[in-house]
Design a protein around this ligand. Structure first.
Ligand SMILES: [Zn+2]
Length: 450
């Protein structure tokens, strides 16, 4: 007998599509709804946004018959957003309720800006309400270890979504001092945490973590960055919590998809987003089961609809139905950012996600920074480590062994293209501030290396 609860997103999306609760609900309903919303979005954006007026000139949205036709439409890229975010705006600036400025990963130093109007923010609140209902019950308290404070910030939207389920959300902000955050969890009697993987790990692996009884924190939602398996396993083992993963980015309206009780892939907010997987090199659509770049089209955004936006994230659609019994699609776990890595030769690509999996599996590792620096025609991998000081020698030896087992590192070292620097230690807990993603820093083209 199936004891898993079906994802709450299924009933919500059925309602958003306008179907009666008793009526049948199939993939065809979702697909027809999405295709109609795509047509509407194409028309809306080409009438109101200067960027899409140019980009979509010559296209006839009313003639769009199927998703294969839509796959021929041009992509929107992060560079387009950096160039002139105001060209995407479809409402007057006085109607904008929230502007988020995102640091660009490019070399120009310019930033992306993403605009939301009150309706856009309300739909995100709606998603947070539904998605969080797998994790919490009315009367619970959730400690939110994400940025908040400002109206329209992710923390505040989450508080609003939780309040609709009669759950109290408390914005704590990113962890600065793990011991203080553990005090806060206990004092507030928080049954649920929402946080960034490496930040929650700093709590789980802290000596004060023992003060948190098993089962005290019933559920944890990990968001914002790549989620290494070792972090999930540690939270489950140490606290007895059920760990859910969320996938989203600001360009999606913060929220994109969330795991159900099956913990095997994210169900997506399919009434608001149309997601495709494409070959990052050719841009061609890929079939379910094949990994590629996540491309997203916003179906209901007023201020700034994005059409076929290349996220830079790597994932695949899972081909089978979810064990929870839903017919909603599942995006498999995001495998990190495509460009969050570095070439160590023609056949060796070292991903930050691979480093995360290898090093966080070592119990005393709390955080680390990875850099590639040039040295006499080859590269050197430099790891700066923040760890539990007990058993330090053992930790360093384990890191060296774990690095050597990574295929990209093994290949590059054996061909003389890579050397590994002695592990550096630091008392600093954090290498990035706030909710910034952790990245493999490639300094091989820099003139002066710190
Ligand atoms: Zn499910």
């Amino acid at each position: 007998m199936n004891t898993l609860r079906i994802t709450p997103l299924e009933r919500w999306i059925k309602d958003r599509i306008g179907l009666e609760p008793q009526s049948a609900f199939t993939r065809d309903h979702v697909r027809r709804f999405q295709l109609e919303k795509i047509r509407q979005t194409l028309t809306y954006a080409s009438q109101r946004s200067p960027f899409y007026r140019r980009q979509l000139s010559g296209c006839a949205p009313a003639d769009l018959l199927n998703f294969e036709d839509f796959a021929e439409y041009p992509f929107t890229t992060a560079e387009d957003l950096v160039r002139d975010p105001l060209e995407f705006l479809c409402v007057s600036q006085s109607d904008v309720a929230r502007v988020v400025t995102l640091r660009s990963s490019g070399s120009t130093g310019h930033s992306k800006r993403v605009f939301f109007d009150p309706e856009d923010l309300d739909r995100t609140v709606d998603f947070f309400q539904q998605g969080m209902s797998s994790l919490v019950c009315p009367g619970d308290r959730v400690l939110i270890l994400l940025p908040g404070g400002l109206p329209g910030s992710v923390g505040e939207l989450l508080v609003e979504g939780l309040a609709r389920n009669h759950v109290e959300g408390i914005v704590h902000g990113p962890v600065q001092d793990p011991a203080q955050t553990i005090d806060e969890i206990l004092a507030r009697r928080a049954q649920c945490l929402v946080g960034i993987p490496v930040q929650v790990l700093s709590l789980v692996r802290h000596p004060q973590s023992r003060r948190i009884p098993q089962g005290f924190i019933r559920s944890v939602l990990l968001s914002t960055d790549y989620v290494p398996a070792a972090i999930v396993a540690d939270i489950q083992r140490s606290w007895g919590s059920s760990v859910y993963q969320h996938y989203g980015m600001t360009e999606m309206g913060y929220g994109g998809g969330v795991e159900c009780d099956a913990h095997d892939g994210y169900h997506l907010r399919e009434a608001d987003l149309f997601v495709e997987i494409v070959d990052p090199a050719t841009g061609r659509s890929l079939p379910d089961g094949v990994s590629g770049e996540v491309v997203v089209t916003a179906l209901t955004r007023c201020a700034m609809p994005l059409i076929r936006y290349r996220t830079g994230d790597q994932a695949r659609f899972l081909p089978d139905y979810c064990p929870c019994g839903s017919m909603l699609r599942r995006l498999g776990k995001v495998q990190g950012r495509l460009m969050n890595g570095a070439a160590l030769g023609p056949l060796a690509w070292l991903k930050m996600a691979a480093l995360d999996e290898a090093l966080f599996a070592i119990p005393s590792v709390l955080n680390f920074q990875a850099e590639l620096v040039p040295a006499n025609g080859c590269s050197r991998l430099r790891i700066t480590l923040h760890c539990d000081p007990c058993g330090l020698d053992d930790t360093v030896a384990q890191i060296q062994a774990a690095l050597a087992r990574l295929p990209a590192v093994h290949e590059a070292v054996s061909r003389g293209r890579l050397a590994i620097d002695p592990i550096r230690l630091t008392p600093e807990t954090w290498f990035t501030s706030g909710a910034a993603k952790r990245t493999l820093i490639d300094r091989r083209q820099e003139r002066s290396i710190p």
